[in-house]
Design a protein around this ligand. Structure first.
Ligand code: ASP
Length: 355
């Protein structure tokens, strides 16, 4: 009987491949950590003190603390910055976004983890959600306790974030944040406690999933636009128009709005009371700003709920935008990115409803 050589070669190759998989397990996902600092990289003199310095520990030291992570992924790291996230800037956010976009189609990376301080993590997460063009998982992670603390939460958070970033089921769910076993969407999450380990919540739209020692359950996709469906592109961008947030309260002084315009703001976000409200004098100042071409967005200082148009003030008449589901800090990010291009009030309102 004449043997078909090509057929034999194929069989041998299949045998070798199946031997490889059974001997060495499935090929591990390749996860790239982009480190920016934060408490997860923080250190203190003792394990039981509340004072510490953010952004002290390098990425290698963080990964060395969780040798088990090397079993779930091939890990590489790049130190983009090492700051407490109170010092996060658009410059650093852009570096992270550009690096992810550069590697979006590379076979060397299956998923990204961004280590970050928790204070402004929601801003960076939302910025990346708008500006990175990939279906690969992009996962932000931080901790509430520094690396030197008793019961530091960073190592398990980082382990879980690596497991989520390497999980094909995490693809196409937008930018995620993993902390304390919960998987949040960049769109909905917000920080709710100054010190508690359980600090992130997703009040309006709920969680994307849950992780437990690297085993992930996903039960949601974000409903808003992000990633490849986002119209925002920061390629070649080096700065953003100034957008200020002004906090409303009882007997609010409207001259803060005028001062902001004098300092060159192109956009103003009001952290309004209730459904994005403010007193009459401040509304008048906002209407004056709008007439000058400054974009004014009404958001809310309240932790949850939508800010809708024309409820207790006439946005159509005053020329204002309602922030819809976005809190003031995320509204500021969206407006900064949206104002890179000339857009009408109607277009901007639509953007606030879609992202
Ligand atoms: N201030 C710290 C930071 O945002 C807090 C933290 O990471 O939890 O970097």
């Amino acid at each position: 009987m004449k043997l078909n050589i090509n057929f034999c070669k194929k069989i041998i190759l299949l045998l070798i491949l199946s031997l490889n998989i059974s001997m060495f397990g499935q090929a591990k996902p390749k996860v790239l950590i982009l480190a920016t600092g934060g408490t997860i990289a923080g250190s203190a003199k003792t394990g039981v003190q509340s004072g510490y310095t953010s952004g002290q520990v390098t990425i290698d030291a963080m990964v060395n603390a969780i040798p088990d992570a090397l079993k779930v992924a091939d890990i590489k790291g790049e130190q983009i910055a090492n700051v407490g996230s109170q010092d996060m800037s658009f410059e650093i956010m852009l570096k992270v976004a550009n690096r992810i976009n550069e590697l979006a189609n590379s076979n060397d990376v299956d998923g990204f983890v961004i280590t970050h301080g928790t204070d402004t993590m929601e801003e960076t997460a939302f910025f990346l959600n708008l500006t990175t063009k990939t279906d690969k998982p992009v996962v932000l992670v931080g901790s509430m306790r520094p690396s030197t603390a008793i019961s530091a939460d960073g190592p398990l958070n980082l382990y879980n974030a690596i497991a989520v970033a390497g999980d094909p089921k995490a693809k196409g769910r937008g930018v995620l944040l993993v902390m304390n076993d919960w998987i949040h969407s960049a769109q909905s999450l917000t920080k709710v406690s100054t010190t508690a380990v359980q600090t992130f919540m997703s009040p309006l739209r709920g969680l994307i999933g849950i992780t437990s020692y690297g085993t992930n359950d996903f039960f949601n996709y974000p409903s808003q636009k992000f990633g490849k469906n986002s119209e925002f592109d920061v390629k070649g961008v080096s700065s953003f128009p100034r957008v200020d947030i002004i906090y409303a309260d009882a007997d609010m002084k409207p001259d803060l709005i005028d001062a902001s315009i004098e300092r060159g703001a192109k956009g103003i976000v009001i952290a309004g009371v209730g459904n994005g409200n403010m007193n009459k004098a401040s509304l008048d100042a906002c209407a004056r700003a709008s007439k000058k071409g400054i974009i004014v967005v009404r958001s809310t200082r309240v932790a949850t709920g939508l800010v809708s148009r024309n409820v207790e003030c006439n946005d159509d008449e005053l020329g204002l935008i309602a922030s819809y589901a976005l809190n003031p800090q995320k509204s500021r990010i969206l407006l900064s990115v949206a104002l890179l291009k000339q857009r009408s009030l109607a277009e901007l309102q639509k953007i606030f409803e879609e992202y």
